[in-house]
Structure formats: structure tokens, C-alpha cells
Ligand binder design. Structure first.
Ligand SMILES: Nc1ncnc2c1ncn2[C@@H]1O[C@H](COP(=O)(O)OP(=O)(O)OP(=O)(O)O)[C@@H](O)[C@H]1O
Ligand SMILES: [Mg+2]
Length: 228
């Protein structure tokens, strides 16, 4: 298990052919048990920032130290392995693989770099029980409700017990009540695992439940008080 620390310093990002920079010097520090909401208008760079935090995209300038490591100094195979163990992702769309069962989907990060042993099997079962899906282990994603799919994606994001949990509009495709339950579960599991949680959201309600709320605007990330 990696220690949960995230130090982000002076991140800049400009896409080729774009009008100007998307991120213009984003800095913050978070540690285990802390959570942050990122809000801001469409196109302000929230997903870009999240992708960089998740080491899926590299910044042009600035540094990111996750659990004491500079992931961008690693070569691609080592980076992929590090990402698999250190970052859990929950997206607006669940990204479950349709040909696999709920149980298999949750175990995919384990299978990516190793074998499923009894410890991981037990952990997957515990997580799926925790998200209320013990009775759906053999279901394919197509037979699940939207909320059940998101809860499966949450269990998958946590199977490796990553120090960093990233969520991009995790409740964006769910209706009010289901969204509220999914958000509650996300926060509960974050608190239990004492990981770092960064959530991009348009929901003031969800933003208000996080430890801090930051607004991304014109490339800068500034702490704000969420509307609640
Ligand atoms: N791979 C890319 N190549 C070029 N431009 C990109 C790329 N990814 C994002 N952008 C641009 O960067 C800007 C920020 O995009 P981003 O997806 O981060 O916004 P966002 O804040 O997540 O928006 P939304 O709330 O709509 O999801 C947009 O103008 C987008 O067009
Ligand atoms: Mg986005």
C-alpha cells in the first residue's frame, strides 16, 4: 500500500492547436483522508486536471508527486503499473466491460498486472457487499441499473486500495435520489480507506460535502465556499 500524499506544484497545460493554456499554474497539496471538489464551467479544464492527477496525461510544466513518487519520471510500463495501484477512477460513464460479470469487472485491475488470489477475491466480495451488490456478482453490466453500474465502478476503483481516488462527474448520469446515494457511498468509502478523494462535479450538493471546494476558472484553481 502506498502512503496517501499528493503534491501538485505549478501545473501548466496547453493543447496543440488550442487558443491558449487550459491550466496556468495549478498548485495544491492533499493527504490521506482529505477530499476536494473541483467545480467550474464546461471547458474550464476540470477533466484535463483530473487526467493529469491520474497520470493519464502529462503536464507541460510543473510537478506532481503522488505517494512520494514522480510518476512522469517512470517509463510507460512502470507508469501503467504505478497508476493501476495508486489511482482509482470513477467516471461519469461507468466504463465497465460488457462481456464480464460484476465480479470480474471489479477484479480487472488485479488481473491487469497479476493473479487473482484468495485475498483479492475476498476483498472484491467485501467491496461489492459494501456497495450493496452481493446479489449481483454474476450479472453482466447490461442487466444492471445505472446506479448499480456506478456502484460496481466504485468497487473496481477501490479494489487495489489506491491512495488517490478520482471521480469525474460520478453522479452526472444518475437521477436525484440515486445520485445522492452514490455520492454518500463514495464519501463513506473514502473516509474508511483514508485515501485522497478529488471529485469534479456540477452538483453544489456534492461539492458542499467535500473537505474543500476549488473552482477552476481561466486556468487557475482557487478555493471557494460551495453554495449549499
Ligand atoms: N486532447 C485534447 N486536445 C485538444 N484540446 C483539448 C483536449 N482535451 C481537452 N481539450 C480542450 O481543453 C479545454 C478543457 O477541456 P476539459 O475537458 O478539461 O473541460 P471540463 O472543464 O472538463 O469541461 P466539462 O464540464 O464540459 O466536462 C476545452 O476547451 C477542450 O476543448
Ligand atoms: Mg469534463
Amino acid at each position: 500500500m502506498y502512503e496517501a500524499t499528493l503534491e501538485v506544484q505549478g501545473i501548466h497545460k496547453t493543447f496543440a492547436g488550442a487558443d491558449g493554456p487550459v491550466l496556468k499554474g495549478v498548485s495544491f497539496t492533499l493527504e490521506g483522508g482529505q477530499s476536494m471538489a473541483v467545480i467550474g464551467p464546461s471547458g474550464s479544464g476540470k477533466s484535463t486536471l483530473l487526467n493529469i492527477l491520474g497520470t493519464l496525461d502529462e503536464p507541460d510544466q510543473g510537478s506532481l508527486v503522488l505517494s512520494g513518487r514522480d510518476p512522469f519520471s517512470l517509463d510507460e510500463p512502470d507508469l501503467a503499473r504505478f497508476r493501476n495501484g495508486a489511482v482509482g477512477f470513477v467516471f461519469q460513464d461507468h466504463h465497465l466491460l460488457p462481456q464480464y460479470s460484476v465480479m470480474e469487472n471489479v477484479l480487472l485491475p488485479v488481473l491487469a498486472f497479476g493473479n487473482v488470489n484468495d485475498t483479492f477475491l475476498a476483498r472484491a466480495k467485501t467491496l461489492l457487499d459494501r456497495v450493496g451488490l452481493s446479489h449481483r456478482l454474476d450479472y453482466r453490466p447490461e442487466k444492471l441499473s445505472g446506479g448499480e453500474r456506478q456502484r460496481t465502478a466504485l468497487a473496481r476503483a477501490l479494489i487495489m486500495n489506491p491512495p488517490l481516488l478520482l471521480a469525474d462527474e460520478p453522479t452526472g448520469n444518475l437521477d436525484g435520489g440515486t445520485a445522492g446515494q452514490a455520492a454518500e457511498l463514495l464519501l463513506e468509502l473514502h473516509r474508511e480507506a483514508k485515501n485522497i478523494l478529488v471529485v469534479v462535479t456540477h452538483s453544489d450538493q456534492l461539492a458542499g460535502r467535500m473537505g474543500s471546494c476549488h473552482r477552476l476558472s481561466e486556468g487557475s484553481l482557487d478555493e471557494v465556499r460551495p453554495v449549499s
